[in-house]
Write a protein that binds this ligand. Structure first.
Ligand SMILES: [Zn+2]
Length: 279
């Protein structure tokens, strides 16, 4: 029995020692929820986005921030006059602890379906980055989904009529990275909304992007795809990465050039990373 327990403990032990999350407390600072445009709302904590897209038939939520953020997100949805149990579908940008950590709890609260790309589903069901993730062995574990998640294909429309979101696979930061687009309207004025995934070449120690030319080519294609999206209002998993708070203070989130600039910054970041690896 003791031996069996010891064996179990061996299997249950983390396969790696996660780095302590220095920025998590700042990321998780409470944030009053607010309307971005039309039926699109920001419901995340201050440093990590969670985006609610509402309709009379139910809502779609993108990302769940940290495990500790689930309650804040649910409270924020309530504060706007909506209900967490009306969230019918939860989507994800990428399956790391800081964007997927709260998803399992949010799913439990409202019974939503979680839909994701195949590599993301593998990570969501195990609670660790997939083995081919550049941050495998570095990024923290997160609460795993206990229900199978339906698969999303590249270019697929996720429909909760009248809501329609399109999946754009943008692998690079993770193998399952997905950017999402939809339209939100105020009266006759509709905006192209973009939730562009992280495009930063972060990795566990020892990983080299330059060792995998296919991965570099894939990453560049993802960056170019984000830069070319019809884009009136850009949102990103880390709100700072697209200057959300500057735009909020001006009460105008629209910036047609934002996706192109976000992509330019990402391309430069990848070039810098490859140059560093070549030294
Ligand atoms: Zn990440």
């Amino acid at each position: 029995m003791v031996r069996a327990l010891a064996l179990l403990a061996l299997f249950a032990a983390p396969a790696f020692a996660a780095e302590p999350c220095a920025p998590c407390a700042a990321w998780n600072t409470p944030q009053l929820p607010f309307k971005v445009y039309g039926n699109t709302y920001y419901v995340g904590p201050h440093g990590l986005s969670a985006i609610l897209i509402t309709s009379d038939a139910g809502h779609i939520l993108i990302d769940g921030a940290l495990a500790d953020s689930a309650e804040t997100i649910a409270d924020n949805i309530n504060a706007l006059g909506f209900h967490p149990e009306d969230v019918k579908i939860i989507l994800n940008s990428h399956a790391h602890y800081d964007h997927a950590g709260g998803i399992a709890e949010l799913q439990r609260l409202g019974g939503a379906r979680v839909m994701a790309s195949l590599p993301s589903i593998v990570a969501l069901l195990t609670g660790v980055p997939s083995p081919d993730d550049p941050q495998a062995g570095l990024a923290e574990r997160f609460p795993r989904l206990t229900q199978a998640a339906p698969l999303v294909r590249d270019g697929q429309q996720v429909v909760l009529a009248p809501l329609k979101l399109t999946a754009h696979f943008t692998p690079g930061h993770t193998p399952g990275s997905t950017s999402w687009t939809w339209e939100s309207c105020e009266g006759p004025v509709c905006r192209h909304m973009v939730y562009a995934d992280s495009l930063t070449p972060m990795s566990a120690p020892g990983f080299k992007f330059s060792a995998d030319p296919t991965l570099v080519a894939t990453f560049r294609k993802s960056i170019a795809a984000v830069g070319a999206l019809p884009c009136d209002i850009l949102l990103t998993p880390h709100p700072d990465a697209s200057g959300l708070w500057d735009r909020q203070s001006g009460k105008n989130f629209a910036d047609k050039d934002a996706c192109r600039r976000y992509a330019d910054t990402a391309a430069k970041g990848l070039d810098r990373r490859l140059a560093t690896e070549a030294k």
